[in-house]
Design a protein around this ligand. Structure first.
Ligand code: 2E7
Ligand code: F3S
Length: 324
């Protein structure tokens, strides 16, 4: 063990949210029930380690349902899918298991309701992200994506008194509020979503990082580069006063040079990150003079979601079969 050089502040909450837990278990249960291969449309969650682990167990990740053999089992990822994707799956007679996070489904329902009432919907989110593609697909004729300043300046609506903003679930809370302010300057009648679209897990992880960042010379966030909520944690850390912040998938990606002159290291992880990867970073830090860990707690999380109904039904059927 190296001479003690400093301490670690460990964010709480961090890592798996209820939607990720449910989605990963859904793939595991699908493999248990149906046997390999089980196809998964897109990455079930945006984490390299999770995807590689499930691949070893027999999950096959595809980009689109047309890569799934007719009649096979396919799981839709936690980020959600548009009705068009569900339709394509039906046409290929696929057995679908929908692991869309219930908090994403809530945003889909909002989009559908506002479209039915003939509102223009301004969806704040990141262009190309799967969640945004799924939500836009619920009401494509009524929804426009607002990502950057150019979108804010150029977006046009039919009736400025009938316009609402919705958002992706994993955005930076502060950045989104600032975008909403800019949109309101153009459309004073802009309505807000009936409840927060940025989910509890995103908000809590950002809050914990905010609480610690001012004391940190370095904030490490464990997560993959395509994980929106993980990338936001790095931005939030820098915004809240951390001197440096980096995203790493694994402890092996940490550069020893980042520790030069560092006394306090903050550590968090995105909502798609298994705790084992954080433990490995803690071990890596302990071996380099950072053995003391203090938790910085921002919220208590107890939410658990029921499994997708397709699995519950199938499990119930199996249980009856087994008794017979
Ligand atoms: C689903 C949704 O998989 P992630 O890294 O996804 P993001 O959206 O952050 O890239 O994290 C879990 C998750 C978050 N949001 C899954 Cl809609
Ligand atoms: Fe759902 Fe939020 Fe997690 S939308 S998948 S609870 S990050």
């Amino acid at each position: 063990m190296a001479e003690p050089r400093g301490r670690v502040l460990l964010a709480d909450p961090r890592g798996y949210c209820a939607g990720v837990d449910r989605a990963v278990i859904a793939v595991e249960k699908a493999l248990e029930i149906h046997g390999a291969p089980v196809y998964v449309r897109k990455q079930i969650v945006h984490n390299k380690h999770v995807v590689a682990t499930l691949e070893r167990r027999g999950a096959v990740f595809v980009d689109e349902t047309d890569q799934v053999p007719e009649g096979a089992v396919v799981v839709f990822s936690a980020h959600g899918v548009s009705p068009a994707v569900k339709e394509q799956a039906k046409e290929r007679s696929l057995l679908t298991i929908d692991a869309t996070c219930p908090l994403v489904t809530k945003v889909h329902m909002e989009a559908k309701r506002f479209a039915k009432d003939d509102y223009d919907i301004l969806l704040i989110g990141h262009r190309g992200h799967e969640e945004v593609e799924g939500t836009m697909g619920e009401a494509p004729a009524h929804t426009q994506l607002v990502d950057d300043a150019e979108d804010i300046a150029n977006v046009q609506v039919r009736d400025p008194e009938k316009v609402v903003w919705l958002s992706q679930t994993t955005l930076s809370v502060d950045e989104t509020l600032s975008k909403v302010d800019s949109l309101k300057a153009r459309f004073p009648g802009l309505q807000s979503p009936p409840s927060d679209d940025i989910c509890y897990a995103t908000q809590n992880r950002q809050q914990a990082v905010k609480q610690m960042a001012g004391e940190c010379d370095l904030v490490l966030v464990v997560g993959s580069t395509n994980s929106s909520n993980s990338v936001r944690l790095v931005e939030v850390a820098l915004e809240a006063g951390a001197r440096a912040s980096y995203l790493v998938d694994f402890a092996s990606e940490i550069d020893e040079a980042w520790l030069e002159g560092v006394q306090t290291v903050g550590l968090s992880s995105g909502a798609s990150v298994p705790e084992i990867l954080v433990s490995e970073v803690l071990d890596w830090l302990a071996a380099r003079g950072f053995p003391d860990v203090e938790t910085v707690k921002a919220a208590e999380e107890r939410l658990v979601f029921a499994l997708p109904h397709e699995l519950k039904t199938r499990r119930a059927t199996l249980a009856v079969d087994e008794k017979a």
